[in-house]
Design a protein around this ligand. Structure first.
Ligand code: AHR
Length: 366
């Protein structure tokens, strides 16, 4: 083999040698890089862990671990509602109670119903029962009277209960409850006086007898006050006024007693339909034509009032809507989820006349 051949063989070997060498170098580089990568990966993980621990320490040092847990989002199915109803004094109340029971079933709300039997002491005792009831997270109150609620409301607040007022307002500070959903009773009263002025427009004297709801309730106080604010516009005088506790029987008895004294009455201002229907019975038994000789104006506009309007015995009914449950449950859910609410959510209400009774009665839900 001459020198040139030897050289080319060496070159091939050299090349082969070089290739091996560089692949070894590459391989080692790759291994080193991989090693470095693992090291930096582990370093990164360690740094992350340290960071996490550090932030936990900081958060704990700044006030406990709550911040870490997202606030619970309540649904209707989480609501356990303690409902303090006034009692069962008539058609309006029955419709109001049914609204709460039926809507609770529809929404999957656990409703605990308490009948206060129109007794304030029983209603306050029931309120305390619901405060102590660990399951209850919402208390709904239809207050029998406007006063006497500050203490139990503070206890409920301390126990973390959400309180919503329905139907009747109270005199306590509105910081003690989430919101009130109900009618503007004073506006109803003013509307009633405006309608009474129209009814007595052709009557020389305007002596009116007032049948009042339960003493101390916002409905009775505000309707009476609202009526008195406007009655002067046409010279109406309230010559007799007495509670008949929203009842048809007492409405009849009180009117009977008055009729024994005098028949100088041009109209009855009955603060709800039932008391007005009782007065109608008494007027008829006294030989007077209700709706004609003596005008009759009531509040609620339940089916019973429309039937009396159809019979020509009742002239005007100022509506008070009892179907409040959907609004109340919606507001309670918002309050449970920390949403702020207006302190008063007025209920829809209207005025109904005898001339429209035949058309409207079939459409009424209560
Ligand atoms: O609070 C509303 C009143 O309560 C209704 O007008 C009456 O019928 C009920 O008893």
């Amino acid at each position: 083999m001459n020198r040139r051949e030897k050289c080319s063989v060496n070159e091939v070997e050299l090349e082969q040698l070089w290739r091996n060498l560089s692949s070894k170098v590459t391989y080692q580089n790759q291994r080193r890089e991989k090693k470095e990568m693992n090291v930096s990966k582990n370093l990164f993980k360690a740094a992350l862990a340290v960071l996490l621990v550090l932030s936990m320490v900081v958060i704990t040092a700044c006030g406990g671990t709550q911040a870490t847990t997202a606030p619970k989002v309540y649904t209707y199915k989480d609501m356990v509602v303690g409902f303090l109803q006034t009692g069962s004094e008539g058609g309006w109340r029955a419709a109001n109670t049914a609204s709460f029971k039926e809507t609770a079933t529809q929404l999957g709300i656990n409703l605990k119903f308490y009948d206060s039997q129109n007794d304030l002491a029983k209603q306050v005792a029931g309120f305390r029962q619901f405060i102590q009831d660990k399951e209850v997270n919402v208390i709904v109150l239809a207050a029998l009277e406007t006063t006497g609620w500050d203490d139990v409301l503070k206890e409920a607040q301390a126990a973390g209960k959400t309180v919503v007022l329905e139907d009747r307002r109270i005199d306590a500070a509105d910081t003690l409850y989430a919101t009130y959903i109900g009618s503007d009773f004073a506006l109803e009263g003013r509307n009633g006086a405006v309608e009474m002025c129209k009814l007595l427009a052709n009557s020389a004297s305007k002596n009116v007898w007032e049948l009042v709801g339960n003493v101390g309730s916002s409905a009775a106080k505000d309707r009476g006050q609202g009526f008195r604010e406007k009655m002067g516009d046409c010279g109406i005088t309230i010559t007799k006024s007495q509670t008949a506790n929203w009842s048809i029987t007492e409405g009849k008895q009180v009117t009977e007693a008055w009729l024994k004294e005098t028949k100088d009455v041009q109209a009855i201002f009955a603060q709800n339909d039932e008391m007005g229907l009782g007065a109608i019975e008494a007027l008829k038994e006294a030989g007077l034509k209700p709706g004609v000789d003596v005008k009759v104006l009531t509040f609620d506009a339940t089916a019973g009032a429309f039937k009396a309007m159809l019979a020509g015995e009742l002239n005007v009914a100022v509506e008070c809507n009892p179907l409040l449950a959907p609004q109340v449950y919606e507001a309670a859910l918002k309050a449970l989820n920390g949403e702020s609410l207006p302190k008063w959510i007025p209920a829809h209400q209207g005025v109904f006349y005898a001339k429209d009774a035949a058309t409207i009665l079939p459409t009424r839900k209560y």
